[in-house]
Design a protein around this ligand. Sequence first.
Ligand code: NAD
Ligand code: GLY
Length: 457
Amino acid sequence: MTGVQTCALPIWQNFHVIYLDLSFDELKARLLRSKRRPLLKVEEPEKRLTELYNQRRNFYREAAHQIFVPDGNLSAARNSAALLDLLSNLGFDFEPARLSVDLVERSYQILIGDDILAQAGRLVDQVDGLSRRAVIISNGTVGPLYRQTFAAGLKKADFIVDYIEVGTGEKYKSLDEANNLYDALLAKRADRDTVIFALGGGVVGDLVGFVASTYMRGLPLVQVPTTLLAQVDSSVGGKTAVNTARAKNSVGTFYQPRVVISDLETLKTLPPRELQAGLAEVVKYGFLAGSPFIDLIENSLEGILKGDFTKLKELIYRCCAYKAEVVEEDEADRGRRAVLNYGHTIGHAIEAASGYRRYNHGEAVSIGMVGAALIAKQLGFIDDELTARHSRLLKSVGLPVKYSDLEPEVLLEHLKLDKKRQHGKHRLILLRDLGEPVIVKVNDELLRATLMELKEA
Ligand code: NAD
Ligand code: GLY
């Protein structure tokens, strides 16, 4: 392999040209195998190939900024990894950002990048001990958009790939759909080495995670989140779940993925309302982490809402870094992890009371965070400005900050079912100050008054 060379031909100045300098024998083996090479449809193809090779090789070498000699003993995935290493050493940014979740033997990396689905094989190849047998599970919305690119990426690293589609929507996060998946996996002869890829939003991630953790007592799982909410929250930390008729997320497991692959490119097809729902969770991390992160979010929102995702990579990275740190400290959700539910206690009650139809998760959490801020203000924890900052920021995303068509008393009944409730008192995550979440006992009266204030006039 040569070093950097300056290309003499002006036409190439705006490109970076790489010449993959295969040996003549390798070229011959590949090209003479192919029936689709018109220039070689001649009487003596090898002689013709030799002539073309000799004519062109010097020109290719001169035109290239980089000459890369693939190692014939390595797979295509390994060779592309070496090539990407070379380019990133030269300052090209092809590599996803990497973040570790350190959980001893369950540790894994979160990879966040642009257009990385097509590199899936190379990226998964870097995880130890995974077989080459893959099943991608997605839904009828995300599958048609991304399964082919993703499968092609895996196949480049010699994965054998199967595909299963589940129903679209929260109602398919169910034991019935899990059962359908067990059957489909059995039909495809999936065994304990088969790697399961959950390609989709939080619904697919939770359902597929649950199935991967229980089918044959656990198969390796890779989360490939395609919504902003899933990239900043549900794909990280190992909570899996299905809903039952009576309660959301009531059956589930803790099961960490082997790697998380977040491709920003997938967010470009996300409906605006889903992007806003994800931004509600981003804002949540901002209030939890405090300055300067909340300021960065505030300054980035306008661009993101206009479709400029340049800042999103850093925001996703920082949200995941916050969540990773919390999960590392409290994987089993016995203590600090509860802070990740800022705004969720009232939010869950709003979602449930409206039958999971009127408000999506992010919208309900948005109203819930405003409720938490009002309570914190009443308790003297935070001032008017920080309280107003909640509404201002969430409104600027286009998220609701009040609910309508629901009765406070009905919400209160739902709040009494909250898992965190103890000895007849509600336990809410509040801010003692910006970036200082605490769990606080709150009585019915204060909660009722807040719910009344949160109701649209
Ligand atoms: P979702 O999975 O329902 O996705 C929202 C919609 O967008 C769906 O219709 C989906 O098909 C579609 N979609 C997904 N990716 C797309 C893309 N790239 N382009 C176009 N359309 C796309 O919703 P969500 O907000 O991602 O996840 C919500 C779920 O996550 C809830 O079930 C919630 O309970 C769960 N959740 C779990 C955790 C956890 O820690 N496990 C945390 C938060 C939320
Ligand atoms: N989404 C909250 C948690 O993972 O704990």
